[in-house]
Design a protein around this ligand. Structure first.
Ligand code: PLP
Length: 223
């Protein structure tokens, strides 16, 4: 299937999820996760009208960036080692995987202007998943106030690979409630408006529960 065909179907589903919940489709950014696919396929995504591309490894990002450059808006969505921050900081527009103070410190040091970051939260508490525990997030955000170049724009999570819709909704709702609490504090460094949640198998539910950034790989560009 072409990216264009996949996107048409996905937009249809997004439209329905928005309709069910009275949301505006404009609130949702689709990030095409290109980690499994070639640079050519990533370019096909741009040709289909997408602008946000997501990569989870430095190497994949830089390889595609070499050809595509700033024709795309780049999102870093994977575990980020502090020593690699300097290699990607000028290429990426948003980092979705801020999960520790040492990483915030390194971003702050290497960036020349504030970097929009999502704090990654391990809502489902699976051992295999990265991210802070929900109970740690508020104090973590509070501690980042002195880092001028780290701007907390929202929270991110990866839901477990399960079919149970109510459980999935529960994960998304918890992230949203946490987002609301932090947003309501009115921090200058942490407007915390956004929710990066929803992947190929759960994005419809995520949108119904408030997602603003959905990260789609297999269903959009393929695996
Ligand atoms: C791979 C990946 C995705 C996309 O996963 P699909 O299920 O293929 O849509 C989204 N978010 C993160 C963090 C990923 O690593």
């Amino acid at each position: 299937m072409s990216v264009k065909e996949n996107l048409a179907e996905i937009k249809e589903n997004i439209g329905q999820a928005c309709k069910h919940t009275g949301r505006n489709i404009e609130e949702i950014s689709i990030i095409a996760v290109t980690k499994y696919v070639s640079t050519e396929r990533a370019e096909e995504a741009l040709d289909a009208g997408l602008i946000h591309l997501g990569e989870n490894r430095k190497e994949g990002l830089l390889e595609k960036y070499e050809t595509i450059g700033d024709r795309a808006t780049w999102h870093f969505i994977g575990t980020l080692q502090s020593r690699k921050v300097k290699d990607i900081i000028n290429q990426v527009s948003m980092i979705h995987s801020l999960d520790r103070k040492s990483l915030a410190k390194e971003i702050n040091k290497r960036a020349s202007s504030p970097v929009p970051c999502f704090v990654q939260v391990n809502i489902s508490e699976e051992d295999s998943k990265h991210g802070l525990q929900a109970s740690e997030v508020e104090s973590f955000v509070d501690e980042l106030q002195t880092y001028e170049n780290v701007k907390i724009v929202g929270l991110m999570t990866m839901a477990p690979h399960i079919e149970d819709e109510e459980k999935l909704r529960g994960v998304f709702r918890q992230l949203r409630a946490l987002r609301d609490r932090i947003r309501n504090k009115g921090y200058a460094h942490a407007p915390c408006e956004y929710l990066s949640m929803g992947m190929s198998n759960d994005y419809k539910l995520a949108i119904e529960e408030g997602a603003t950034h959905i990260r789609l790989g297999s269903s959009l560009v393929g695996e």
